[in-house]
Design a protein around this ligand. Sequence first.
Ligand code: HEC
Ligand code: HEC
Length: 222
Amino acid sequence: MTTPASMLAMNRTSPALLLMIGVSMQTAEAGMIDKEGMAPWEICGLCHGLDGNSHMPRFPKLAAQKATYIEAQFNAFRQGARTNDGGQMQAITEEVKPEDIAAIAQHFTQQAAPEPVERPMHENQQDADLLQLGKALYTSGRAGLPACTTCHNAERPDTPWLDAQHEDYLNKQLDDFREGSRHSGSQNVMQDIADSLTRQEQKAVTHYLSRSALRAQENLQD
Ligand code: HEC
Ligand code: HEC
């Protein structure tokens, strides 16, 4: 029975318990969304944007992302291999028929590439230095760190495009790799890379990427 006293007790419930209640409510919602008449990607649009250009940085942009990568990450969430999203994606994967995943990935990969953050007409020196360092790391690397483009390029369907992605999202992923809360597919390659980046280098490369449109210059086939 919900009496004011029990409500009060509830308010004093430990954050961990409240979290568990939240999680089980989320699970209860799975399978309860009426998807009659909806295209299979519309549910994704709630968070990622129908055209894959999400506005909130916690939701990665999927527009013009490699189809193979979208499918692989989706399956990693479904199988519980990738868990760094607080359970949101795993709950959603239960709403999608496995046979629809290829069409969903095709829908997003065919969208126009996302727009990068606009750079100011007159960059201050600090911004210019950051962009220059970011570009150097991305395209050339440095002693002990391979260029990001060694793997993040049109020839590798298992790597995502990073350009014009939300800066905060990129930073979160690098933090998650470093802390081991996102397990990368290939021998934890990204964990080593994130580990080797200094704070300033990470800031520079994510700043540069969120302000650049690079994939348009590459062959888009994957
Ligand atoms: C309720 C919000 C929500 C919905 C709906 C949603 N997602 Fe996500 N999605 C997320 C979050 C949160 C992340 C991961 C963020 C992180 O790692 O910090 C994510 C990540 C992803 C990624 C990884 C992208 C990358 O760059 O690594 C893919 C792929 C993805 N979602 C596909 C889908 C598809 C396909 C659908 C529809 C079937 C969908 N999502 C629906 C919230 C959502
Ligand atoms: C040796 C190959 C390799 C190199 C070099 C590399 N990456 Fe990656 N990166 C990967 C792979 C593979 C993935 C996908 C991991 C997975 O399957 O979860 C990835 C994923 C990422 C992601 C996650 C993006 C998303 O959409 O969720 C970020 C961010 C990232 N890399 C940044 C970088 C940066 C910055 C550099 C350069 C400093 C770099 N990577 C260099 C192989 C590489």
